[in-house]
Design a protein around this ligand. Structure first.
Ligand code: SDX
Length: 429
């Protein structure tokens, strides 16, 4: 920024000119407050429902270019990480800011495997849910409950304690996610097998039955690892914003991640992968695709898994997920719903309604088809998203608590309600 980068605005109410500094392509909203019509005036406020055009943080974690369809974690293109890294390697990169050396990765993996178990009371707590409780609700509750098991959960001034919470969250999410799935099936919970990789252990806790050791198909293990990498972080999305806002009040990291899970639960966000499967099942046959597309264009329904606040071109993750899907379908066979999804994509990408609104497949359009091919129920799809996103949430939380500019989040409002009414007794209302 050169010192002459500024915005000159004239307030037509007073004829007054103002120079507002520009840095990094932004102006500080608080600079607007000097624009006032009288000394008593609070000054101008920016109004941005849905935060369409408001930067709330300076971050070095994830870079997105929505027009170009670029996604980088700590400067590394997502395509390279999906091709060569492991999920724990990417989690380390997001959290510590560099790719781990061999000893760093070995120590990190060992640390994580030491924290995969949960207190037996958490297991008992989960057994209190109805058999058909949504696993995302079980995950949300059990992650929040974790904060009550560590007296130092809220230790802001103890870096070692914070590192312990970071490892616990990354390590225990697969255990809690798998416990929720087994609860829904009425099957015994499978305990972690620390001889296995992060992803293989998760598959074991999901699917192991009476065999002594569960051995996943390596193609399935790698495809799931790629999906976790692609879902690990995505800068200031809705759920990460929830984590940062809750964290800004100095709540403990377990409660912050629970807030992220709650936001991700929504069908417009992480719940979209479940909504896509429901949509494909409802369409039922490729012959019904044209009518469904017409219904979308008439505003009757949304094409779930399409559109994005940032990506106005193909979501780079959707392209990579489509490749991972081929590997899974090679092992598990192609889903009959895949043909419907491919026809939906083909028609939407040729249709003016979608093209004019720059609506393309996003990360959720194909991921559900993979999870279904693995034998997981739709309700588990957002749970896998939350599991993978935990490394991003934790990285963003750490960056927020270390940022001297960050203060408790407390936005303003435009009040449009009544003022100065007289209280009326009940008898006269
Ligand atoms: C994720 O932020 C992130 O990074 C999120 C995420 C991550 O990794 O964290 O990438 C994960 O949440 C991906 C998005 C998953 N959600 C869905 O697939 C649900 C379906 N998509 C949408 O509802 C929508 O596209 C959003 C929520 C994703 C984005 O919504 P915006 O940016 O608020 O856009 P909008 O709702 O204002 O839509 C703009 C226009 C509207 O039409 P008009 O009113 O201008 O006529 O596009 C239309 C919308 O009606 N539109 C769609 C549509 N998405 C937008 N029309 C049909 N189908 C859709 N999916």
């Amino acid at each position: 920024m050169t010192e002459q980068d500024f915005l000159t605005v004239t307030d037509s109410r007073t004829g007054q000119d103002y120079k507002i500094p520009i840095s990094d392509g932004t102006i500080r909203s608080t600079d607007l407050r000097k624009i006032r019509v009288s000394e008593k005036d609070h000054g101008l406020t920016s109004y941005d429902p849905g935060l369409f055009n408001t930067a709330v943080a300076r971050s070095q974690i994830t870079y997105l270019d929505g027009e170009a369809g670029v996604l980088e974690y700590r400067g590394y293109p997502i395509e390279q990480l999906a091709a060569s890294a492991s999920y724990l390697e990417v989690a380390y990169l997001l959290i510590y800011g560099h790719l781990p050396s061999e000893p760093e990765l070995a120590s990190w993996s060992e640390d994580i495997s030491m924290h995969t178990f949960v207190h037996e009371n958490i297991k008992n707590f989960m057994q209190g849910f109805r058999y058909d409780a949504h696993p995302m609700g079980m995950l949300l509750a059990s992650v929040g409950a974790l904060s009550t098991f560590y007296s130092d959960a809220n230790s802001w001034d103890d870096p070692e304690s914070i590192q312990l919470h970071v490892r616990r969250l990354i390590a225990k999410m697969p255990t809690l996610a798998a416990f929720a799935h087994r609860h829904n099936l009425g099957q015994p919970y499978v305990y972690p097998d620390n001889e296995l990789s992060y992803t293989a252990n998760f598959l074991s806790m999901l699917f192991k039955m009476s065999e002594r050791h569960y051995t996943p198909d390596p193609r399935i293990e790698r495809a799931l690892e790629v999906l976790f990498i692609l879902h690990a972080d995505h800068e200031q999305n809705c759920s990460t914003t929830a984590v940062r806002v809750v964290g800004s009040s100095h709540a403990d990291p377990y409660s912050c991640v629970a807030a992220g899970i709650a936001a991700l639960y929504g069908p417009l966000h992480g719940g979209a992968n479940e909504a896509v499967l429901k949509m494909l099942v409802k369409i039922g046959d490729i012959s019904n695709v044209p009518d469904f597309i017409d219904g979308v264009k008439n505003g009757k329904q949304r094409l779930m898994g399409f559109g994005h606040r940032i990506y106005k071109s193909y979501d780079p993750r959707a392209r990579l997920i489509k490749q991972a899907a081929d590997d899974v379908f090679e092992v598990k066979g192609t889903s009959p719903l895949l043909r419907i999804a491919l026809e939906l994509e083909k028609r939407a990408l040729e249709d003016e309604y979608f093209v004019s609104r720059k609506l393309y497949p996003n990360v959720d359009f194909y991921s559900g088809l993979i999870y279904q091919a693995l034998g997981l129920p739709q309700e588990m799809f957002p749970v896998l998203f939350a599991m993978a996103r935990t490394s991003g949430w934790v990285a963003q939380w750490l960056e927020m608590i270390r940022d001297p500019e960050q203060k408790i989040a407390r936005p303003l409002q435009v009040y449009t309600g009544d003022r100065g009414l007289e209280y009326k007794p009940l008898s006269s209302r």
